[in-house]
Design a protein around this ligand. Structure first.
Ligand code: AMP
Length: 718
């Protein structure tokens, strides 16, 4: 029987490509789309009943048509909706499913045969949740994923086939439409490519350069004409559609002339020079530079230890990227690979290579590459199938455990960062069984470095079916692994048993603050304190602020009670408390009524978390800050840091966004993913009512599930 080919899919934020390994020509080749283009834009247009995808959707987007959805890859891994079309909400997985189905149909038409198995490329810095979401979308689209491969590693594989140089250390700088990854690759042994380390930022890419141009033009127009174009949504759509073109023109020209037809004004002309573009985006390149330096520092390398810099991703075409890298590294980046095609071609090569075998993590750490080994002459690889690739998972895996003193919960490291994947590691736990109740263990897995609340809580796993032991305790052996796609798996056995214990996944509780408190603390105080915090910057003008205030009042109505104290606060350029914490609903509502657009300034230069901390730190009971914002704040790093201090203190932060609020921004300041919500303006009142209800329900049961977790402790690796 003729085996179906494995297809490579580069599933980009902005564009997608597909490829196949041509066994006759012994090389990978791109599969063009039905319009004869190698690239298919990752854009979907909902036009009434019709769903238009790819080239045609991009045309509609550039013309400013409504119903176009772009950059949804940025929302992968989040369960909240990322697009509202008509009355329907779409999650990133649903949108990605549509896109993958479209790519599948296209490839099947071109190849004239069905396809099933695929390799999909993902940003190296994607965590478990984003990877799992990608697998889910593929499954929904009727595709079986042979493996997810990191984009920079795939590009390095494609480059390595033609330019193999033993001992070379290649820094792959991958700046795409929505994500940035930096990966250090070593060409070791004959035909082997090892990924040593990878870091990244999955909300940094070409889209952010577009946003800078957009903001520049909004300000420039306001300065020249006094018109705030943000009030004209139709015009904004049209302008957004043109921004990418303006940016691309600057790649080959020193300036671009811009002519706009502004409503109620007429023709407006301006220009943007390359130098200005460089100036307004230099902070973005600096962010990439910091990550490159982190990669070098972690391996104790300097730029002199790097043989070459390989540029990947469409955004590396911007001239300032090479210029910047040459300035910080002293290396002129290699331009031999095609920034759009390298990733998918590498994935197609991987499709004919055997899957790597599992590494068993032992106490000895990963061998560090010999940075002083002499780089040998370039020698193209003659037998592609002899090539071997070792990839890594950037994020360490940990779990919530009790510290040795039994006083606090900690993030206990299981798999360190940048281990070659697939990798597995086993741990044993002493568990005290009971004859009276179900013997179950809750395991919370974490990805990230630092304490529990610096990490992403991946999942709650419940190990069940543990047999009661008369002697009181039993040993449970748990095996954690990252598979070849960087996805986490967990298995458990009791003592010497031959078969696995059942494990079920449960939603991570909304309230995880019990893990922030000392274990001996007796949290018997049921008083709940809530600060409702409203973004009162200029963009909230008109209906948005009125809707928001209605929602905040609804919250008070749903959460009233003697034991609930509610206060209100505004945040813009300053933070102002408009209502002190009170258990009188009428007084609490007075505080909300005092909120107005422009209170404390029209910008977003501050964050509320220092004020929250100051006013809630000493309170005993449940403490919650609910933030409602319609955009992203100017000093995000400071906000995140201050939010973290509140979370570590046990204050729960719920971040609700609408309008231009970015889900990743909301997630970065809230105390858990579930506490970050993007909602439509018309849904604000309902959402606030729901939150009040959830708070009322969880206030009574929140501390009950502690006991189980306290009874087990790590007793070291096998
Ligand atoms: P990728 O995700 O690798 O497909 O890269 C897409 C990103 O590359 C988008 O943000 C594009 O705007 C950007 N891009 C593509 N071509 C150019 C160009 N000639 N100049 C500047 N940016 C570009």
């Amino acid at each position: 029987m003729n085996k179906l080919p494995v297809i490579a899919i580069d599933l980009g934020t902005t564009n997608c490509l597909t490829a196949i390994y041509d066994q006759n020509a012994h090389q990978p080749s791109i599969i063009k789309n039905k319009n004869g283009n190698k690239i298919t834009p990752s854009i979907i247009q909902f036009d009434g009943e019709n769903i238009i995808i790819g080239d045609e959707a991009k045309e509609a987007y550039e013309a400013g048509d409504v119903g176009c959805v772009t950059a949804f890859k940025r929302y992968m891994g989040s369960s909240s909706c990322c697009a509202y079309i008509g009355n329907k909400e779409y999650t990133a997985v649903e949108l990605t499913t549509l896109l993958l189905k479209y790519l599948k149909d296209n490839v099947e038409t071109v190849l004239q045969q069905p396809i099933y198995e695929v390799i999909i490329t993902v940003p190296a810095y994607f965590r478990h949740k984003e990877r799992q979401a990608t697998l889910q979308a593929a499954k929904n689209a009727g595709l079986k994923v042979k493996m997810l491969i990191n984009e920079p590693t795939a590009a390095a594989l494609n480059y390595g086939i033609q330019h193999f140089r033993k001992n070379a250390k290649i820094l792959v700088y991958d700046l795409g439409g929505g994500t940035f990854d930096v990966t250090l690759i070593e060409m070791s042994k004959e035909n082997q490519i090892n990924c040593l380390i990878t870091k990244g930022n999955h909300i940094l890419g070409g889209k952010d350069f577009d946003k800078c141009i957009f903001n520049y033009l909004v300000n420039q127009i306001y300065y020249d004409t006094g018109i705030d174009i943000k009030e004209y949504s139709g015009f904004i759509n049209e302008l957004m559609g043109r921004i990418e073109h303006i940016k691309m023109t600057l790649t080959n020209a020193s300036k671009v002339k811009i002519k706009l037809n502004i409503p109620n004004y007429g023709v407006y002309r301006t220009e943007l020079t390359n130098q200005e573009f460089e100036n307004i985006t230099s902070h973005l390149l600096d962010k990439t530079g910091v990550l490159c330096q982190d990669v070098l520092d972690e391996l104790h390398y300097t730029w002199n230890d790097i043989t070459d810099i390989l540029l990947v991703g469409g955004s590396t075409r911007m001239p300032q990227v090479s210029k910047y890298l040459e300035k910080i590294s002293g290396h002129k980046p290699i331009t031999q690979v095609h920034p759009d095609e390298a990733v998918v071609l590498g994935a197609a090569i991987q499709s004919i290579l055997p899957a790597p075998k599992y590494n068993v993590l032992s106490a000895s750490s990963k061998p560090i590459a010999n940075k002083n080994a002499i780089v040998q002459k370039e020698k193209p690889v003659t037998s592609v199938s002899a090539m071997r690739l070792n990839d890594v998972q950037a994020h360490p895996l940990g779990m919530i455990a009790v510290n040795e003193e039994g006083t606090h919960y900690i993030n206990q490291n299981i798999i360190p960062p940048n281990q070659s994947i697939p990798v597995k590691c086993a741990r044993k736990f002493k568990y005290y069984t009971s004859a009276q109740k179900n013997n179950e263990i809750d395991i919370y897995l974490l990805q990230g470095i630092g304490n529990i609340f610096d990490c992403e809580i991946l999942n709650k796993y419940v190990i069940s079916g543990i047999r009661h032991k008369e002697e009181g305790s039993t040993l449970i052996r748990v095996q954690y692994s990252y598979d070849v796609s960087g996805i986490v798996h967990i298995q458990a056995r009791q003592e010497q048993d031959e078969c696995d214990l059942p494990i079920r996944e449960e939603p991570v509780p909304k309230d995880m603050s019990m893990f922030a408190k000392p274990i001996t603390q007796n949290p018997d105080n049921q008083t709940t304190y809530v600060f409702e915090i409203l973004d009162t910057s200029g963009s909230m003008f008109g209906e948005p602020i009125e809707e928001a205030k209605k929602a905040m009042i609804e919250f008070i109505d749903k959460l009233k009670g003697d034991h609930v104290y509610i206060g209100s606060m505004s945040v813009s350029n300053r933070t102002i408390i408009t209502g002190n914490l009170t258990n009188h609903p009428l007084e609490a509502k007075q505080g909300i009524k005092k909120l107005y657009c422009g209170l404390g300034g029209f910008g977003n230069c501050t964050h509320p978390f220092d004020t929250v901390y100051k006013n809630m730190h000493a309170l005993k009971g449940r403490r919650i800050a609910i933030i409602l914002a319609d955009g992203v704040w100017s000093y995000l790093e400071a906000a995140k840091k201050a939010a973290k201090r509140c979370i570590q203190d046990g204050i729960e932060i719920i971040a609700i966004g609408f309008g231009d609020a970015d889900y990743d921004f909301l997630r970065s300041i809230s105390s858990s993913d579930k506490n970050a919500m993007k909602v439509h303006q018309s849904q604000l009142v309902k959402s606030f009512g729901n939150i009040a209800q959830t708070i009322s329900e969880t206030s009574h049961s929140k501390f009950n599930n502690n006991e189980e977790t306290k009874t087990w402790e790590a007793i070291g690796e096998k």
